[in-house]
Design a protein around this ligand. Structure first.
Ligand SMILES: CC(=O)SCCNC(=O)CCNC(=O)[C@H](O)C(C)(C)COP(=O)(O)OP(=O)(O)OC[C@H]1O[C@@H](n2cnc3c(N)ncnc32)[C@H](O)[C@@H]1OP(=O)(O)O
Ligand SMILES: O=C([O-])CC(=O)C(=O)O
Ligand SMILES: [Mg+2]
Length: 290
């Protein structure tokens, strides 16, 4: 089970953060070359990220780079650098259609051939940041076998929708659309950045909502958000206890040749048993909630 709960953004031009970010142990680390980097620093950031990707300290952590869109003067140079440096995943921002993914994939394949990297080894993620992207979410999610996930990017999305970030009402349709597209495609779904790094309670409320909806995780901007997210995503001791009892009851029913059974007055059938198995798998991979 590949856990991708936390994807920590950091500005590609920030040399100090680039040299230490692995210590925070997010599931994936995302070096940004796009909106967190000023126009003046685009070239310097690309070079810093090129070297960071080859730092042995990042060998055991999944690396993601958010490149600039290919239609900008920086996008292709970013892609050339990060594929050659052996990035695990390229995140394409502002993905509006499947054609954007096809264009990215063709360039990645060309660069892999040119630099001798195994064709297909560079994985992709698409960030959806507009009404077009949300309407085309299924076509985007199924546009390439290289895609490991799609992410909703809330700040650009609410601008496109002529609204603003609030209690989540403004993201409700987009979250559901992105999540359904990801599940049909069999890939991961990532929720938006929570920008107030000092508002722990607000962050946890948002995490609880997206966990219940079914997101795999969230893009983060600060190391303090990692442990909060991982803990909220870990099953509680009661969840684990209940899952073990469900599986024991189901095993007993099978031995006795019974179909549907009840545990403490609640029906146990195949989807409930499958859910219990997922809870135990998750507890094994992530530990139990503190
Ligand atoms: C809409 C979008 O496009 S969002 C995506 C792009 N945005 C980003 O990449 C922003 C990333 N985050 C940041 O730059 C910062 O966390 C900020 C500006 C939001 C807050 O900065 P601060 O108030 O300085 O954070 P804080 O006080 O918690 O920092 C504590 C330590 O964590 C480090 N840190 C903070 N954020 C990060 C990060 N994202 N990655 C790695 N290290 C970080 C700081 O350098 C500091 O280290 P130090 O103690 O060794 O000096
Ligand atoms: O991609 C992200 O998660 C952040 C982002 O650009 C946005 O919210 O516009
Ligand atoms: Mg954005």
């Amino acid at each position: 089970m590949t856990l991708r709960r936390s994807m920590l953004f950091l500005p590609g031009a920030n040399a100090a953060m680039l040299s230490t970010a692995f210590v925070y142990k997010p599931d994936s680390i995302m070096f940004d070359l796009e909106d967190a980097v000023s126009l003046r620093e685009k070239d310097a950031a690309r070079l810093l990220v090129f070297h960071a990707l080859q730092n042995p300290a990042y060998a055991d952590i999944e690396t993601v780079v958010r490149i600039n869109p290919l239609a900008t003067p920086f996008g292709l140079a970013d892609l050339e650098a990060v594929v050659r440096a052996g990035v695990d995943i390229v995140r394409l921002p502002k993905t509006d259609s499947a054609a954007d993914v096809h264009e990215l994939e063709a360039q990645v394949e060309r660069i892999e051939r040119e630099c001798g990297r195994e064709v297909g080894s560079t994985r992709l993620m698409a960030a959806i940041e507009s009404a077009s992207g949300v309407v085309n979410a299924l076509a985007i999610a199924t546009a390439s076998k290289r895609l490991v996930g799609i992410a909703l990017a809330g700040f650009d999305y609410v601008m496109d929708m002529q609204t603003e970030r609030g209690d989540g009402t403004e993201l409700f349709y987009a979250r559901c659309a992105v999540l359904h597209a990801a599940r049909v495609a069999g890939i991961d779904a990532f929720d938006v950045v929570y920008s107030d790094v000092n508002d722990e309670a607000g962050f946890l409320r948002e995490v609880e909502l997206i966990r219940k909806l079914g997101f795999n995780g969230k893009s983060l901007i600060n190391p303090r958000q990692i442990e909060l997210l991982h803990n909220a995503y870990a099953p509680s001791e009661e969840d684990v206890d209940h899952a073990q009892r469900v599986i024991a009851a189901a095993d007993k029913a099978e031995r006795e040749g019974l179909g549907v059974i009840a545990l403490n007055g609640k029906m146990i059938d195949a989807p409930i048993v499958n859910h219990a198995r997922r809870v135990l798998q998750r507890a094994q991979a992530s530990g139990v909630r503190k």
